[in-house]
Design a protein around this ligand. Sequence first.
Ligand code: C2E
Ligand code: MG
Ligand code: MG
Length: 666
Amino acid sequence: MATDPRSTSRATRLFALYALASLVPVTVLGAVLMHGNESDGERHALEQGRAQAEVIEQMAVGPAMRGATPDLELTDAQRESLWSATDLAVFHGSVVRLRVIGFDGQVAFADDGDEAMVYDTSAETFARALEGQPVAELVRGEDESLTTIRVLQPIVTESTGRSVGVLEVQLPYDDIATTVAQNARRGFVRLGLGLLALYLVLAGISWWTTRALARRAADHEHLALHDSLTGLPNRALFRRLAEQALSSSSPGRKGGLVLIDLNRFKEVNDTIGHHAGDELLQIIGRRLAGAFRSDDVVARLGGDEFAVLLRNVHDADEAMVLLERARERVRADVVLDGITMQIDASLGLCVFPDDALTVEELLQRADSAMYEGKRGPSNVVRYQASTARPDTSSLVVQRELAEAIAEDQLFLEYQPKLALSTRTIVGVEALVRWQHPRRGRVAPDQFVPIAEKTQQIDQLTQWVLDAALRDCAAWRAEGTPWTVAVNVSARNLSSSSFVRLVTDALARHGVPADQLVLEITETANPFDNATLRSVVASLEDAGVKVSLDDFGAGVTNLAQLRTVPFSEIKIDRQFVDRLDHQPANAAIVSSLIDLAHRLGCTVTAEGVETAEVAEWLAARGCDVGQGYHWMAPRPWRDVAGHVLPPPPHDEEPTMDRHDLAVSEST
Ligand code: C2E
Ligand code: MG
Ligand code: MG
C-alpha cells in the first residue's frame, strides 16, 4: 500500500511534538547533573586542601615540634626547625599562611612573624580542630570570589601521640580551582555529549514509533472505510465522499448517485456455495471499477449491493450511457467453479441537484429507481419524480418496518388448508399483512424480501410466530383443533438460536409442538445444506413439522429432498394453476405427489382456484389443498365462521367435530 501523504505529515507533526517533549526531561537532567558537578568541584577542592594540610602537619610541622608541650612554649631549636620545614613551601607560594596556635588561642608560630594575634577558641571550627577533627573551609575575598582554602589541622607530636595545638594552613585556591575547573569542563563536555546521545536515541525511538503508529492508524482507517472482500470503499466512506461531492458542487454542475443490485446473486451463493459468491462479488467489483471514469467512486454497500458516485456528469443521458456500459460489463460471462454463467444487475440513478439535494434522499431515490428496474422491463432506471412510487425504496421500507413491528401495524390473516379426502380444515397458514398508516395495506412480497436481505427478518419472524401461536392458543381454547403454519425465511434458519426461539414461543403460548408447521420457502434455501438438514432435524425432533414451500418454483434440489427430513411438500401454485387443462402441469404434479409420498412426506397443493382442480388433486391422492376455491386469507374468526363450498355431489364428506363447529358458527 502506498504511503498516504496525510499520514506522513501527521507522523512528522507527532514526531516534532515528541522531540520537543523529550527535550524537557533531557534539559532538566542536564541542569541537575551540572549543579551536582559544581558542588562536587568544591568538595574536591576542600578534600585536597585537607590532604595537603595533613601532609604538612605530619611531614613538617609535627616532626619540627617534637617534644613540644601543650603550652606551646617553643624552643629556639623547634622554632628553627619549623622555619626550615615550612619556609620553602611558603616561599614557593604553595602555602599562603601557616600558623601554629595553642589551646588558648595564642599564636605560637606564624610564617609572617605576626604572633601577637589571639584566636577565638569558642568558634565552632576552632573548637572542632581542638577536639582533633581537621576542618577545611573556603575563604572568599571581598568580591565573593574564592581566594584560599583554610584548614585547621590538629598537631599531634610523635613523642606524646597527643594533640598539642592547631595548625592553620591557608592554601591558594587558584591552582586547585584551575584543576577543578579543568575537571568540571571535562565533566561538562562528557555530560553534554552523553545527553546529546541520549536525546538522539530518544528522538530516534520517537521517529520510529510515530512512523509505526501513523502507519498502523492509516491501516486501521483504510480497513474501517473499505470493504475487506473487494477492497472498494464501504458505505461509510461512500457517504462521506457523496456528502463532500454535494457540498462542493457548483451551480450548473451535475452529478449522479447510482445503486446497483445483482440479480439472482443469492442463487449463486445457495447453489455453488459461499466461496463462489465471494469470488463473484470480487469479479463484479473489479468490472464496475473498470467501467466508470477515474474520478467516479465505486463502492460496495454490503451483500450484493454496490453504489457509484458520478462526481461530474453533463446530464442524465450521459449518466445513463455510463450505466448501460457498466451493466454490459457486469453481464459478461463469468466462470465460477467451472460453470459459465451470466449475472445481470439492476441499476438505479438519481441525479443531483435535479432529483435530490441530500445524500439520504439521493440514496432513497436511487434505491427506488433500482427496485423499479428489478420489477420493470428495463434494468437501468433513472429516478423520475412523476413515476416513482412514493416511499417504497428498500431503505424506507426497512426503517418503517422496524416501526411497524414496534407499533403493531402488522397483523395476520389465515388461509385454510383442507384434507382433500374429507374437505375439512386441518390447519391454517398464517400470512402477514401490514396496515401502513399512509400507504394503506402493503402486501408481504413488498416487504418480506427486503426484510430477508437484512437481519430484520429475525424480528419479523419472531413477531409472526408469537402472533400466530397466540391465535392458535385462542382457537384451541374454543375447541378448534387446526394446526398453524408459519412461513419462515431460510435466513432465519442460519441463526444458531432459531430452534430455541421456536420451542420457547411454543412453551410461552402453551401450544403443543405438533400443532405448529414451519413453511420454508424453497427459493430461499439456506446457505448450506448441512445447516438446513441439522436445523430441520432438530425441529422435527422437538415435534415441530417442517414443510418445503413453493416446491418447484426456485432452485429445485432433489438432494435436499432426499437428505432433509421434511414432513410436508407444498407444490408451487404455478403447477397447480389450470392443471386440469395443462397436461404438462398435470404430469409434473402427479409425479411430485408420487415422489413426495415415496419420501414419506404429505403433499399440499397451493393455489387451488377451482372445484375441478380440487377434484383432480383428490383423485390423484394429494393430501391437502389450499386456495381461493375454498377461501382467500382472512382473520381467523372469519375463517372459523366461513361456509366452505360444498364438496362435489358424488362425494359424501365425513363431518368431524370441527366441521360442526364451522357450520354451527355460521
Ligand atoms: P406463500 O407462503 O406461498 O403463501 C401463499 C400465497 O399465495 C399467499 O400470498 C396467498 O394469498 C396466495 N394464495 C393463496 N391461495 C391462492 C390462490 O388460489 N391463487 C393465487 N393466485 N394465490 C393464492 P401472500 O399472502 O401475498 O403471500 C405471499 C408470500 O409472502 C407467501 O407465499 C410467503 O412466501 C410470504 N409470506 C407471507 N407471510 C409471511 C410471513 O409471515 N413470513 C415470511 N417469511 N413470509 C411470508
Ligand atoms: Mg407459505
Ligand atoms: Mg407457497
